[in-house]
Design a protein around this ligand. Structure first.
Ligand code: PLP
Length: 394
């Protein structure tokens, strides 16, 4: 068991009320849009007027539901967004977003038509890609990616010749220039030095462009941890904030420099399908990976790895029922899993089990789950399944 070590998992007191809300299916996500608005406000407080939020809503808004999150953000005045793919950008446009939608990733030529049709903004991933896009023969909105050390997308910052050539491509309507940081969450001297070097490289490129009479583009460099740890970055035009806007850090122990209080937007819940006895020495689940040491009461819950509960949490993770901790026993299946509810009174079919969020006095955060599963909350959230309904919490 790797999280919730101090949690109560035997019940002594009274039982919380049963949840029988019919709008929620076998497993669902509850979205707290008040918390989203709160987080936006927190970021607006630390960003200067000239630096706008460009929320990262890729991967279905980090699993939250891109339609719901996009519309909620638009309602509180967010205009521009970034995503990873053309498909995500089209979905966001169809959800009614009218501002700039920047595609941070690669779009293949077979989807160039969508860029024009939906007024999407494409990243120029390097000079050859810029030429390909230019050869499409229609004006396309773009931001130019600069590789300052991540060694992922972007023309390398020292290759100024190539960077200038991108401005010679007549069909590219260049609206922005940006880069991406590799370790803005790092606290070691080397990590900080690396980040400062990336910032300096980016500024060198921007000033070289300006010196050569090239302007009229917007600049951006920082995601969540850049904003929170490097306030000097906030002089750029945009902050591409993802994970922290959802009120979550990547890992529980992460340092952040800025004084903000972030509130989680998402809760993940599922229903108990049935409750049964497990006798001493009996195994349960696939692979016989769990055997009861004593008489137990177990709950079969309607959520599995296809819904985004990592199989890594087999015999390791836990959920909350009626405010008490119930350990996952046996292997997490594709659609279901088993919880030990021996110590919890009156658990019955239809009851709600909380995998991320609050139940009674107890809370499980996305980053605790992530740490237990050997990953970061970004991965846990972005892999939450499509069949999990997204509902607004009231
Ligand atoms: C995902 C992504 C972001 C957002 O990152 P967070 O750490 O979630 O804030 C920003 N920029 C780029 C290029 C990204 O791929």
């Amino acid at each position: 068991m790797c999280y919730g070590k101090n949690m109560v998992f035997k019940q002594n007191g009274s039982v919380a009320g049963k949840n029988t809300d019919r709008q929620k299916g076998r497993a669902w996500i509850e979205l707290n849009m008040d918390n989203l608005a709160h987080n936006v406000k927190e970021f607006r407080n630390i960003l200067p007027k000239g630096c706008a939020l460009m929320p990262a809503v890729k991967a279905n808004a980090y699993g939250h539901g891109v339609r719901q999150i996009g519309q909620a953000l638009a309602e509180i005045g967010i205009q521009d967004f970034c995503v990873a793919s053309a498909g995500e950008a089209v979905e966001l446009r169809n959800a009614g977003i009218t501002g700039q939608i920047l595609i941070l990733g690669y779009t293949p030529p077979c989807q160039f038509e969508d860029l024009v049709h939906y007024h999407l903004t494409q990243t120029v991933v390097d000079l050859p890609y810029g030429r390909l896009l230019n050869d499409f023969g229609r004006p396309v909105l773009v931001h130019v990616g600069i590789d300052t050390g991540m060694r992922r997308l972007g023309e390398r910052s020292e290759d100024m010749e190539n960077i200038f050539k991108i401005w010679e491509l007549g069909n590219l309507d260049i609206r922005g220039v940006y880069s991406h940081l590799s370790v803005p969450d790092g606290i070691s001297r080397e990590e900080i030095a690396f980040t400062r070097k990336q910032i300096a490289e980016f500024e060198t490129v921007v000033s070289a462009l300006h010196r050569n009479g090239i302007g009229g583009f917007q600049t951006h460099l920082q995601g969540s941890y850049g904003v929170l740890n490097y306030p000097e970055l906030n002089r750029f035009d945009y902050a591409r904030v993802g994970i922290a806007l959802y009120g979550v850090l990547s890992l529980p122990g992460d340092r952040i420099g800025a004084e903000v209080t972030l509130k989680p937007v998402l809760s993940l819940k599922a229903r108990v399908a049935c409750v049964k006895q497990l006798h001493a020495k009996e195994p349960a689940g696939y692979g016989l990976s769990f055997t009861a040491k004593r008489e137990m009461k177990i709950a079969v819950v309607s959520i599995g790895y296809a819904d985004g509960i990592p199989r890594e949490l087999s015999n390791k993770g836990y959920a909350l029922i009626h405010g008490y901790r119930a350990d996952i026993i046996g292997r997490v299946c594709m659609d279901q899993l088993l919880l030990d509810v021996s110590g919890i009174r009156d658990v019955s079919a239809g009851d709600e089990a909380v995998f991320i969020g609050k139940s009674g006095e107890q809370t499980i955060s996305a980053c605790e789950v992530a740490e237990c599963a050997g990953t970061i909350s970004n991965e846990i959230l972005s892999r939450l399944g499509n069949r999990v309904e997204r509902v607004l919490s009231v």
